[in-house]
Design a protein around this ligand. Structure first.
Ligand code: GLC
Ligand code: GLC
Length: 814
């Protein structure tokens, strides 16, 4: 079992100690509108706001070798050419470390007594990626160093950039300033764009290149650029073909001497009527302002410090100290950090999401919100309003929208019948966190059409009604194109290769029903009823409660299979996820969702369902989605059985739904069992980094299941609802700290090994310090609270009008 890195808790970093990781291990830079993906070997790309429409640098997915292309520095020291990140020259390094931190990455390496430290960040308040490169001569002899920087520009629209070569090869244009220190990429600026990119260094240069082939040589790869191997920059000015930015700087370093450079890769705009200062000469004002902020190392260091402080403050909203160091690092940094990345990216840009495929998901954004609402409530509010504005007037929703335009996109269409209910979950989470009921009266468009605008609460009303007006023969909700499981397409029969399962013209018989949506509806209707009671609308609350009660009965009658909850009925009315089926007898989703909604807790169904889950679905690396996995293609089930057994939606550990089982276990008071499921997918608990392959510090979407060929290997890291739901499971179910409309509920359900836990949590302006003493031995036990020295009746600490700044809570579990 080889390890490739370790957690540095003190510095809030994951340190990669070997460049040849089992898969590129990346970090995300940027917290506002400019973002970069950066791998441990300095691969990756940058974009502004939208990875499809405003991409600054090029990246080739599925390339050979993998992860070729990025922001590279080539160092020429005598006859040796090397890169701090090992790629692309792959020159063996004397030492290497890559520190992925909060919004920055530092790669530092040594070769032949020359030390290079490449520290990259996207500073707050700027639309740029900024790098400080420090070179130190650690040898006894003088060194003559020739340094080459390298970025490859993308022609903005990343999809077009990768397919429309007959046009693209004619477009490329650049301008230079300060003898080549500042390179402007201005392709398409002469026409419809009023934005350009700048790539600059804060020092005079000895040469430059802007034409890829001039720099690289047509037949050389990134690892053998001709300009570098010959140590001869071409001073090329690109006209069409492939624009790049490269600076050459030559320095002599005495023993012990150090030199630092600051490189800026920025996105700049000009007012539409002031795009040019002379014919063909672009207005560089925006770039000049940007570059002035990064002229010195001091300026860089200040901004880096600010960035670190920003993250420290942000992550201080919720911290834990316990005897489980892995749990601590999971909660205090990596889980919440990943939640923020899903806030920024949804499912758009990762090493598995090309940035041109999917935009922001209606369901995904709403769910992700559960994990970041406590960190950035104002932005969560904005997100809710953006998402709600793409809802259609009948209550259904576009499945996705484009981040730049914030408009629903018809690529994936609508008719994923769980989508609307996620809006209720998101608004509930926001209101419980903030108490900001005013948001319910904000006017929000339907289908981005202002003439259809209605108060947000009307959006909730239509979401709820969408389910109650789309019920099937058993009274369960119709599934539509799919529910949470995008690949259970019970109405979309795809018979032709290449058809998209989810949008193939639907064989909608009005029969296929989802027990998952039923469970979800029960949870949503319950919180909806509470909410409308609080708003004084008793009639609406009573309606929701009655519909909820009806649905509970329907699930217990038609959604129960004897030992577990059924998954669905297909378009023929046949059962899916039943003991009667040959394959796919049991599915995880309804077990989690129904029990989270309190179905079957009082009559033994919930306990039985969890026992069955353990028996059939749980294995070493988590709880698989379904069992047995489908071995042949079932036309009537859609995409799910298109995957080989044990992968993706067909029998992998689809990590996102594992925390549902964690929460369900706590509903029944099983602290040890809940934690046992939790730790099986939690990154900090990963033991075999080589087997796991993807980054061991963040959740991946799937871990190959027990029926796969490589159980335990993960895929699709970073952009997954797993992050949000695990934070909910850990903070609200295991630690039991749950925002309520009226206050903060403390209701832990801990494993036996956590005996003393201290949580610091900011909630509606008060800083709570919650000390939990657990003597319950792995089951829930009974909880008593002492708040600021006074025993409290019940478990909800009320929020009072008088804002008190701190509150100390003693929790005893007997
Ligand atoms: C993009 C830019 C915007 C610019 C427009 C011009 O949308 O974000 O700044 O005005 O392109 O086409
Ligand atoms: C992907 C989608 C998510 C869906 C899940 C299961 O993660 O982004 O919306 O619920 O797959 O199909």
């Amino acid at each position: 079992m080889k390890n490739y890195g370790y957690f540095d808790d003190q510095n809030r970093e994951f340190v990669v100690t070997c460049p040849q990781t089992p898969y590129p291990w990346i970090n995300y830079l940027g917290s506002e509108a400019f973002f970069s993906l950066i791998s441990n070997t300095s691969g990756g790309y940058s974009f502004y706001k939208d990875a499809r429409l405003l991409r600054l640098t090029r990246y080739r997915y599925n390339n050979v070798p993998t992860d070729a292309g990025g922001k590279y520095f080539y160092l020429r020291d005598g006859d040796t050419v090397w890169n701090p990140g090992w790629q692309p020259c792959q020159t063996e390094l004397d030492s290497y470390a890559c520190h992925h931190g909060t919004g920055y990455t530092t790669i530092s390496s040594v070769k032949n007594g020359l030390k290079a430290e490449q520290c990259v960040m996207v500073p707050r308040g700027y639309r740029a990626e900024v790098t400080k490169l420090t070179l130190t001569n650690e040898s006894e002899a003088e060194k003559k160093i020739s340094l080459y920087s390298f970025v490859e520009f993308c022609l903005w629209n990343a999809l077009d950039d990768s397919i429309n070569f007959q046009r693209n090869y004619a477009l490329g244009e650049v301008e230079l300033e300060n003898g080549g220190s500042v390179i402007y990429h201005k392709s398409e600026y002469r026409e419809r764009r009023d934005h350009y990119a700048v790539f600059a260094v804060n020092a005079p240069v000895d040469g430059y290149d802007t034409d890829r082939e001039a720099f690289m040589g047509l037949y050389n790869g990134f690892g053998k650029p001709q300009a570098v191997t010959e140590d001869k920059p071409r001073n090329s000015v690109v006209h069409g073909w492939a624009p790049i930015g490269s600076h050459n700087i030559r320095r002599t370093l005495q023993p012990g001497e150090s030199v630092s450079f600051v490189f800026v890769l920025g996105y700049c705009e000009s007012p539409r009527d002031q795009k040019f200062v002379a014919p063909g000469v672009i207005n560089k004002q925006d770039a000049h302002t940007l570059l002035a902020a990064f002229q010195s190392v001091l300026q860089f260091d200040e901004k880096l410090l600010e960035l670190k402080e920003y993250w420290e403050k942000l992550l201080n909203h919720f911290t834990i100290q316990s005897e489980d160091a892995k749990l601590n690092r999971q909660i205090n940094l990596w889980n919440q950090y990943q939640c923020m990345v899903t806030f920024n990216m949804s499912r758009s840009a990762s090493y598995f999401e090309s940035g041109i495929g999917r935009g922001m998901g209606f369901r995904d954004c709403s769910q992700d919100l559960l994990g970041f609402v406590h960190l950035i409530p104002e932005r969560a509010r904005e997100r809710i309003l953006d998402v709600a504005a793409t809802q259609l007037p009948d209550g259904s929703a576009y499945h996705q929208y484009q981040p730049l335009t914030k408009r629903g996109n018809s690529d994936a269409g609508n008719g994923f019948n769980d989508d609307p209910l996620w809006l209720i979950y998101a608004v509930e989470a926001y209101l419980k966190e903030t108490g900001d009921f005013a948001v319910l009266d904000v006017m929000v468009d339907f289908n981005n059409d202002p003439s259809l605008a209605a108060p947000l609460k009307e959006h909730l009303r239509r979401s709820l009604r969408y389910t109650t007006s789309h019920l099937g023969p058993h009274g369960l909700p119709l599934i539509g194109r799919a529910d949470w499981n995008d690949c259970l397409n019970l109405n979309c029969y795809s018979e032709e290769p290449g058809e998209s399962f989810q949008t193939v013209s639907s064989h909608d018989t009005g029969i296929a029903e989802s027990v998952f949506i039923a469970g979800m509806f029960v949870g949503a209707a319950d919180s909806y009823a509470q909410l409308f009671t609080l708003m004084g609308d008793d009639a609406e609350a009573a309606y929701a409660s009655a519909e909820k009660d009806k649905m509970v009965k329907t699930v217990e009658t038609y959604g129960w299979d004897g030992e577990w909850f059924l998954r669905a009925y297909d378009a023929n009315g046949d059962k899916v996820g039943s003991g009667e089926c040959d394959e796919g007898k049991i599915f995880i989703e309804p077990q989690g969702m129904c029990i989270m909604a309190d179905i079957g807790i009082d009559n033994g169904m919930a306990q039985k369902a969890l026992d069955s889950t353990r028996e059939h679905l749980l294995f070493e690396y988590g709880v698989v989605l379904n069992w047995p996995a489908y071995r042949s293609y079932h036309l009537n089930l859609g995409e799910i059985s298109s995957y080989p057994p044990g992968y993706k939606e067909n029998g992998s550990v689809f990590c996102h739904n594992n925390p549902w089982i964690v929460i369900a276990e706590t509903k029944l008071g099983h602290g040890d069992l809940a934690f046992d499921v939790y730790r099986r997918t939690a990154p900090a608990f990963i033991e075999d980094q080589e087997l796991h392959r993807t980054e061991p510090y963040v959740y991946s979407q799937t871990v190959n299941g027990k029926e796969s060929f490589t159980p335990g290997e993960a895929r699709n890291s970073w952009l997954t609802g797993t992050a949000a739901y695990n934070f909910v499971a850990a903070s609200q179910a295991i630690l039991g700290i749950r925002p309520q409309y009226e206050g903060l509920m403390i209701d832990p359900c801990l494993p036996a090994h956590l005996k003393t836990v201290t949580v610091r949590r900011e909630f509606r302006g008060t800083e709570f310090t919650i000390e939990i003493h657990n003597n319950a031995g792995g089951e829930k036990g009974s909880v008593s609270l002492v708040v600021d020295g006074e025993p409290l009746e019940g478990q909800v600490i009320p929020v009072t009008e008088a804002t008190k700044k701190t509150c100390s809570v003693q929790v005893t579990i007997a």
